[in-house]
Write a protein that binds this ligand. Sequence first.
Ligand SMILES: [Zn+2]
Length: 227
Amino acid sequence: MAKEFNKKFMHPTRKKLVDMVLTGGEYEKNTQISFSGADKEKVKRKVGERWTDENGKSWEQHEGGKIEVSDLGDIMADARAYLNKLNTCHAEDCNTIKLSRADKKLVSKTGYCATCLAKRETQIKIDGLWEAYEDYKIYSNMIAYGQELVEKLNQAYTDAKQEYEFVHEDGKIEKWILEKDVNEIKAEILADITKYEEEIQQAIKLRDEAYNKLKDKNYDLVRPLKD
Ligand SMILES: [Zn+2]
């Protein structure tokens, strides 16, 4: 019963993803390992060149010979560097030696540890611009959220069909048909998009007003506008 319910109300985009995960189709298609490593033929390699041999092992050519490298190792190093950056306070004058759990949360949200954030926020309060700063934050979030929503609605509009197919794990295909006319649904989605776009425009106007009050101070917490 539960499964039935989920399927019927699943958003087309999500359904596509589920299908992809279930069948593994898209992924397989794009995964092609090229065996350039015809080691038996003694291919001359440049220093720094990487290749994969017929056993699926990856190598890198160094001055003294080849060294086995692992792509997974690189990915892990990248991931570690990324996580490290997420856990590092962005303030150049940061004196916090060890970030607490709360600090780390703040760093991922604001870029700064509690001490550095408080210092920056206090300055904004002293300058008498706290209200403008709060407006700037609220409207920035609203715009980001609204744009994400419109993007999803656009996708839903494009994906809307009268009839859907659901591919099961065992390859069985199940069809289901929308009760409502698809054109009617599309019209509703379009009306929603228009409504949200108007609201976004309004939020942009208010955010810009707030930003104009703040911009001359060049606060670290107020990023220059790009949209
Ligand atoms: Zn800090």
